[in-house]
Design a protein around this ligand. Structure first.
Ligand SMILES: *[C@@H]1O[C@H](CO)[C@@H](O)[C@H](O)[C@H]1NC(C)=O
Ligand SMILES: *[C@@H]1O[C@H](CO)[C@@H](O)[C@H](O)[C@H]1NC(C)=O
Ligand SMILES: *[C@@H]1O[C@H](CO)[C@@H](O)[C@H](O)[C@H]1NC(C)=O
Ligand SMILES: *[C@@H]1O[C@H](CO)[C@@H](O)[C@H](O)[C@H]1NC(C)=O
Ligand SMILES: *[C@@H]1O[C@H](CO)[C@@H](O)[C@H](O)[C@H]1NC(C)=O
Ligand SMILES: *[C@@H]1O[C@H](CO)[C@@H](O)[C@H](O)[C@H]1NC(C)=O
Length: 552
């Protein structure tokens, strides 16, 4: 056999192998600064391919997503894919504990699979407070054709990104935080990058009379919980953070930072324009933004009378209690969501996270169980993988049960990398206790978890009897009201290094995050992918020989 024939055979074999793989979606992103003026004041923003917000990623369960990111900012950059579980692949998770940042003037190609997931998600930059300048966008995972979706196909689907917004640049805001001061109040609220106060307001979306539309709404903001509602149009909730839910009807929804909800809206009212409204919750001065939805046969402007926002915490907590997982719906696989009976699994470990704020050297820091996280220049995951973890960080510098957590400004906070290790495949209960007066929103990368309870006061083991052990929604971000707690449960079956963060951006920037290392004892490719050949290396691992690859 000639060499050319052999080569051809090899190519044919490769082609076959490729054909058996799930489809690829390719994106090239040029990340630059640009000028926008959503609140009427020109300011610097982060654009992706000239767009603010960034382009939507429209994918289908199990697609391979490849994003070649060109960093044309003057600062290191990373993107995280909020809620995408990155099975076996924390290498692409886009946080400084797992990846070296993309340096200015260079590019890096993310490659990940949206494995066994459906739903509405978003991405955002995790570095250098970039999130305050934009760089965020929607990420959809559509259901595969063969898997039934528990509602008829909508006429069209719209992504609605809502967020609080500051008219100062991210560098100015960062300088405030670096100097030890808090961020203060936002200046406005945006819906898809617009405040509704522009000189010429164009409709954001159109609806044909009689048709039903899916709106995928995410709170991509920095700190404010937002209430979302549409004039005259009740919303049927169908999906939340990647899970099909029991389809209740809501006049308005509280969406906390980092969360995404999908709702169905039918155009069955008088044909004209209607406002969608997003307004801040739990703040003395309520900031409100509107966007226009137009009926295609519309005759006339939207009424200036906006539907009122709810008031107080109790309303929000009661709304949380109405959210239920649809046990019989299939998710990304044909089996029912409720076939995984989380309520019957024995808890192997209970960990309590208490958030606190304090001053260190006169400067504001935020902590979890008394430790305020800092990222070493060698990413934690890479240090661990290269076998120099103990040089870079210590596991478990916090305890599972902080009996005396610092909760007042006089108590001390330790500034250090905050890394817990959790045994692979164990079922763990995590209590999120918020002793502070402001709302908290917690996000876990790599997983979704069952949000079994949120209650006022302090947690005690007796509270377990009030958990929802049947149909709590499996999600990735959960709010904790002031002076309240939340309980979540999950199996740590995704090997990797995973970020737990306060989605409240200033809290995370000033240390309120940690990493959970979940190591597979097998070092097997079945449990975790190898470090990609293209991975960026930095810090102490840049000069080290690559560890041997995992075996099958
Ligand atoms: C990125 O955008 C900038 C500004 O528009 C432009 O100068 C540059 O050529 C673009 N780079 C790429 C790779 O497209
Ligand atoms: C998104 O992808 C789905 C499935 O491939 C397709 O049907 C739909 O038209 C796409 N939507 C947009 C806005 O590109
Ligand atoms: C940078 O972009 C070039 C051109 O598209 C591509 O060939 C290369 O693989 C990219 N580099 C990385 C590290 O992703
Ligand atoms: C749950 O999903 C099932 C099957 O997919 C669907 O028929 C049913 O209407 C949904 N139930 C609720 C209450 O939304
Ligand atoms: C859970 O714990 C109980 C009490 O210790 C024990 O009887 C039961 O067998 C355990 N169940 C499983 C599935 O391990
Ligand atoms: C966590 O790390 C410590 C220190 O390296 C080690 O002794 C312990 O066995 C680890 N525990 C788990 C659950 O991996």
């Amino acid at each position: 056999m000639g060499r050319a024939t052999l080569l051809l055979l090899c190519l044919a074999a490769t082609a076959l192998a490729v054909r058996a793989e799930d489809p690829y979606l390719f994106f090239t992103w040029n990340v630059t600064y640009g000028t926008i003026a959503p609140l009427g004041v020109p300011q610097q923003a982060i654009l992706i391919n000239g767009q603010f917000p960034g382009p939507n990623i429209n994918s289908t369960s199990n697609n391979n997503v490849v994003v070649n990111v060109f960093n044309n900012l003057d600062e290191p950059l990373l993107f995280t894919w909020n809620g995408v579980q990155q099975r076996k692949n924390s290498w692409q998770d886009g946080t400084l504990g797992t990846q070296c940042p993309i340096l200015p003037g260079t590019n890096y190609t993310y490659k990940f699979q949206v494995k066994d997931q459906i739903g509405s998600f978003f991405y955002y930059p995790t570095t250098a407070f970039h999130r305050a300048a934009g760089g965020f966008g929607g990420l959809r995972i559509n259901s595969r054709l063969l898997i039934p979706v528990p509602y008829p196909d909508p006429e069209d689907e719209y992504t609605v990104l809502i967020n609080d917004w500051y008219s100062k640049s991210h560098k100015t805001l960062r300088a405030l935080l670096d100097s030890g001061r808090p961020l203060g109040r936002p200046d406005g609220v945006l819906i898809n990058g617009k405040s509704g106060k522009e000189a010429k307001v164009k409709p954001l979306f159109t609806m044909k009379p009689g048709k039903t539309y899916k709106y995928r709404i995410c709170n991509v903001g920095l700190k404010s919980s937002l209430n979302f509602r549409i004039q005259g149009h009740p919303m049927k909730l169908v999906e939340m953070d990647g899970s099909h839910v029991v389809q209740n009807i809501y006049e308005s929804l509280d969406i906390h930072v980092g969360q995404c909800f999908s709702v169905l809206v039918t155009a069955d009212k008088e044909p004209k324009d209607y406002y969608m409204v997003a307004s801040t919750r739990f703040t003395k001065n309520v900031l409100t933004s509107t966007g226009v939805i137009r009926y295609t046969n519309g005759k006339g402007p939207a009424s200036p009378v906006l539907p009122p926002a709810p008031e107080g915490w109790a309303w929000s907590l009661n709304q949380f209690r109405t959210f239920r997982w649809n046990l019989t719906a299939s998710a990304a696989r044909p089996n029912p969501q409720g076939s995984y009976h989380y309520g019957q699994i024995n808890i192997t470990r209970t960990i309590k996270f208490v958030n606190s704020a304090s001053r260190v050297g006169g400067k504001l820091r935020y902590a979890i169980n008394g430790v305020s996280h800092v990222n070493p220049s060698t990413p934690l995951k890479l240090a661990e993988y290269y076998g120099i973890g103990d040089k870079i960080f210590k596991y478990n510098s916090i305890s599972d049960d902080p009996t005396v957590a610092p909760t007042t400004a006089t108590e001390t906070i330790k500034v250090a990398p905050n890394v817990l290790n959790i045994t692979f495949r164990t079922f763990v209960e995590i209590i999120l206790e918020n002793h502070e007066k402001s709302i908290q929103s917690w996000h876990l990368d790599g997983y979704s978890f069952f949000a079994v309870a949120i209650e006022p006061g302090r947690w005690t083991p007796e509270k377990r009897k009030n958990y929802n052990l049947l149909d709590a929604v499996s999600r990735h971000t959960i709010q904790v009201y002031p002076k309240s707690w939340a309980a979540i449960m999950l199996t740590f079956d995704n090997a990797g290094m995973w970020n737990v963060r306060s989605e409240i951006a200033e809290r995370r920037y000033l240390g309120q995050e940690l990493y959970i290392s979940v190591l597979s004892p097998e070092h097997s490719l079945r449990d975790e992918y190898n470090l990609p050949d293209t991975a960026l290396l930095c810090g102490e691992v840049a000069s080290l020989p690559k560890p041997p690859p995992y075996s099958i």
